[in-house]
Design a protein around this ligand. Structure first.
Ligand SMILES: Cc1cc2nc3c(=O)[nH]c(=O)nc-3n(C[C@H](O)[C@H](O)[C@H](O)COP(=O)(O)O)c2cc1C
Length: 404
């Protein structure tokens, strides 16, 4: 029985390792003596290339912020959910003297004393395309235990009928208290949820986690999240230039390419994202057995292969697809180097993978652990080595489901 299990395990292992067939190259299982030529760093496109959200459910994050704390939270919510931002802007901006609540004759103190003064004029009362939004976040700082009044001016000026409204605030120490309820009463329309208070220096990971916990769907999915980067690792693009490959690759328009690259190209065709090949100083073999052997060794040593390609302006991307083959039930060690190098906090990570039996094999959880500040989409795309070359329709359907 034990022996039968061992044979079964060996068979599964062999199958899984066939997934590294998107690799190629000549033998060496060690980094080369010479540093390979670095590929050009990629530049993000100047404008968002993600297509318009496919579904309904557009989200707006409207916020007032006098000193920037609430704005930070608003930005993180918008990044996480692919929402639009609207800054509630008083016609007469608050100076730091105006905000001095210790001075009984300052503007805020006078407004606090006289509610009639709290109805401040705004530069723009109603955001563009207001009717299109199904969900509206309303953010504000707490002033004397209530919402800073420019937020009140905003909600009174707009009709929230048919919209879900989610208040959030920042404060030094006060809670949300009745601030959301009072705004709901002032608005008189809309389905208001309870909302959430964050400290002035809110942790982006907390904000991201909260935004995701709301399970908002529709146009606020990753598709709406601005520029798209498609980072992928395939050993095929990390083998010696003169290597002959016997590993499985696919041929597209007369050019051989690794299977992970083939799937990356399918995603690129659908999203218009920018491709980025994760390249290492290690030159992988083109011989499948040698790659399998080397992958095992580098995993046992917990290597961090030196990366020779670098993303130039990561800030320009909000959605990062990450593709890799399964190697010994895990990601290739190059992916660990990648996650060591980049902090993807506030971004949406969408994994994709080519395997030969073990699918993602726990790697999505690993990515979430390595990038705690990012939103990692669990509904990644995984395809067997046998089906990868013909996966375009499946990739397209999967991306549709994500709102691309
Ligand atoms: C006029 C005024 C009144 C405030 N009142 C409170 C308060 O009652 N409770 C509290 O915890 N913080 C209070 N604060 C601190 C702000 O709520 C906090 O700094 C907030 O994060 C600022 O957000 P902002 O940078 O987006 O303007 C007050 C600040 C000002 C300027």
């Amino acid at each position: 029985m034990k022996r039968a299990f061992s044979i079964f395990l060996a068979a599964v292992m062999a199958l899984t390792l066939a997934a590294c067939g998107s690799s190629g190259g000549r033998t060496s299982s060690a980094p080369p003596a010479q540093t390979p030529e670095a590929p050009p760093a990629v530049q993000p496109p100047e404008k968002a290339e993600a297509p318009a959200p496919a579904g309904e459910g557009k989200i707006l994050v409207a916020y007032f912020s006098a000193t920037g704390s609430t704005e930070q939270v608003a930005q993180t919510i918008a990044d996480t959910l692919g929402a639009d931002l609207f800054a509630i802007t008083p016609a007469e901006a608050y100076t730091s003297d105006d905000l001095n609540w210790r001075d009984s004759s300052s503007r805020v103190s006078l407004e606090h004393e006289d509610p009639a003064l709290q109805d401040v004029a705004l530069t723009v009362s109603t955001p563009e395309n207001w009717a299109e939004y199904d969900t509206v976040f309303v953010g504000y700082p707490i002033w004397w235990h209530i919402a800073a009044w420019p937020a009140g001016s905003f909600v009174k000026a707009n009709d929230f009928t048919g919209k879900t409204v989610i208040p959030f605030c920042t404060s030094s120490s006060s809670g949300l208290e009745d601030s959301g309820t009072l705004l709901a009463e002032a608005a008189g329309t809309g389905e208001w949820l309870e909302g959430r208070r964050f400290p002035s220096r809110a942790d982006a990971a907390d904000v991201t986690e909260w935004a995701n916990s709301l399970n908002l769907s529709g146009g606020g999915g990753p598709a709406a999240s601005g520029n798209v980067l498609i980072a992928y690792f395939t050993a095929d693009e990390n083998r010696a230039a003169d290597a002959v490959t016997s590993a499985s690759v696919t041929t597209v328009d007369g050019t051989e390419k690794g299977l992970v690259r083939a799937v990356a190209d399918m995603i690129q065709a659908e999203t218009g994202g920018t491709l980025f090949s994760i390249q290492t100083a290690v030159r992988y073999s083109g011989d499948r057995d040698e790659v399998i052997e080397y992958a095992s060794e580098e995993q046992r040593r917990n290597d961090r292969p030196e990366l020779t390609s670098h993303i130039e302006d990561l800030d320009g991307y909000e959605t990062v697809f990450i593709g890799y083959p399964t190697w010994w039930y895990d990601m290739p060690q190059a992916l660990y180097s990648f996650f060591d190098e980049y902090d993807l906090s506030g971004k949406t990570i969408i994994p994709f993978n080519v395997h030969n039996g073990s699918r993602f094999s726990g790697t999505i959880q690993t990515i979430q652990e390595l990038e705690p500040g990012a939103v990692v989409i669990e509904d990644g795309f995984t395809v067997s080595e046998q089906n990868a070359a013909g996966a375009a329709a499946d990739v397209s359907a999967w991306l549709d489901g994500l709102g691309f």
